[in-house]
Structure formats: C-alpha cells, structure tokens
Design a binder for this molecule. Structure first.
Ligand code: NI
Length: 255
C-alpha cells in the first residue's frame, strides 16, 4: 500500500474531482494521503477534508509565498486550527527565495511557525527552495524548538546538504521531479537513511513521467515509488511498504 505524504486536493484544479480521485484509491493501492495547507484558506480546506474523508489527514500552515498576507489574527486562528482532530503537523512552512518576497519577513514567519509547532508538540513540514544557507542557519539557531520531527518535502537539494542537515535527523519526501529527465535526485536519495524516505505527489503539480503535462493526483504515486526503487534496487511495491512505515512514524499515525 502507498501513502501520498503531500497533496493539495483542495486546489481549484482538483477539488471538483475529489470523490472520483478517492474512489480510485483502492485500485491504486493508496491507503491514505496528507493534505497540506499553504495559506489560511487552504489550511481551513485541509482540515475540512480531513473531517470528511477517513483516508485524509491534514497539515496546516502558511507557505513562504503567503508571507505578506499573514496577519497576527491568522496566526491565532492557525493555532486553533492546528489543535483540531486529524491535524498531524504544521506546514508547509519554510523559505522560498525563487520569488521576490522579502527574505527577513519570510524568515520571521517561518520561525514563528516553528515555535508554534513546538508549543503544540507537532512535527513540521518544510518547503525549501533556493535558500539552503539561510535554512541551515535558521534551523541551527532554532534547534531547541525542533523536537517533534522535521520533513523536507519535495527535496531538491544536494546529497551534501543532506549531510549538513543530519543534526536534525530529518525526513525527506521526493515527488514527481525524480522521474524527470534532468534531475540529480538519485545521489540525494541514496544519502538519506532508508528509514527517513517518503514519497509524495505534491498534486496537482509535479506530475510524474509519463503523465507530465496532465493534472497530477495521488493515483500516480506508484510512478514515484518505482523511480525511487530504481536507485535503491527495490520494487515500487517495496518502496511503498518502506515509505508507508516511515510516513506513519513521522506523522504519528497508529494504524
Ligand atoms: Ni506542496
């Protein structure tokens, strides 16, 4: 059975098809998925989906590209939301220097949410793009607040950074990008301890080959598992078993 550790099913591209997508889960061997918030609206949707569907758990938080929209009132609401049923982590939070959004404001929001997660005893799901040095610095400076697990989602960094982050014992999720022609993920995947590997679709984006160009959904997760298996000399099913156990350990699902 597969677990998709990172979905955005409430995205406009998917929300109308959600019942159909979920009804295909048994045929695709998907046991559960984790719906991730990236701003207040999608965090509310994630919580709602988790309350509606047994197989969906929710993660709430504000992505760095939402930085300029997040108010103090939002942070209070986020805290209440995060205390809800089936809310298993704070995320996706982090740094994204690809976009022209003030770095200091991004860092401040990220640290606030790291501290909130610690207060709530929740793990964190981290988005990281083009900001490796600042990420390392922030995580080093705030290590005392990282006590419940950390996951780098859609990891696109180097194997060397995997070594540099080892002081946090992080989890790493890999998605459709590992199936693209030009990618350097295989070394990074091999650098991650096998009990720290997860798979994800990040749907509706990052659709794996050969469906690239179509809208992504969790039923394509087997393609990510098969590709990860090539480097690890495992079958897609074996990767499914391994990452299923790891995902439940990270998100603390006792099923
Ligand atoms: Ni995402």
């Amino acid at each position: 059975m597969y677990i998709d550790s990172h979905t955005h099913l409430s995205d406009d591209l998917l929300i109308g098809d959600i019942d159909k997508i979920i009804s295909d889960f048994s045929e695709s061997g998907i046991e559960m998925v984790f719906e991730i918030g990236s701003d207040m609206a999608s965090s509310r949707s994630a919580a709602k989906l988790a309350s509606q569907y047994d197989c969906i758990y929710a993660v709430v938080g504000c992505h760095p590209i939402a930085t300029d929209d997040v108010t103090e009132a939002d942070m209070l609401e986020l805290e209440q939301l995060a205390k809800g049923d089936k809310i298993v982590a704070l995320g996706e939070i982090g740094l994204d220097y690809h976009y022209d959004i003030d770095h200091n404001r991004q860092k401040a929001l990220f640290v606030k949410q790291i501290i909130l997660a610690d207060k709530l005893s929740l793990p964190i799901v981290v988005h990281l793009r083009d900001a490796y040095q600042d990420m390392e610095q922030i995580l080093t400076e705030n290590k005392q607040y990282i006590n419940n697990g950390i996951l780098f989602h859609c990891y696109s960094g180097s194997a060397e950074m995997v070594d540099r982050f080892a002081f946090l014992d992080p989890y790493y999720a890999f998605g459709g990008a590992i199936t693209f022609k030009k990618n350097n993920r295989e070394l990074a995947i091999k650098a991650v301890p096998q009990d720290r590997l997860l798979i994800e679709t990040d749907c509706p984006y990052m659709t794996p080959v050969p469906f690239r160009g179509k809208v992504n959904n969790p039923n394509y997760i087997y393609l990510v598992a098969e590709k990860m298996g090539e480097g690890l000399r495992m079958s897609g099913e074996e990767v499914g078993v391994l990452t299923n156990i790891n995902t439940k350990r990270f998100y603390r699902i006792n099923k």
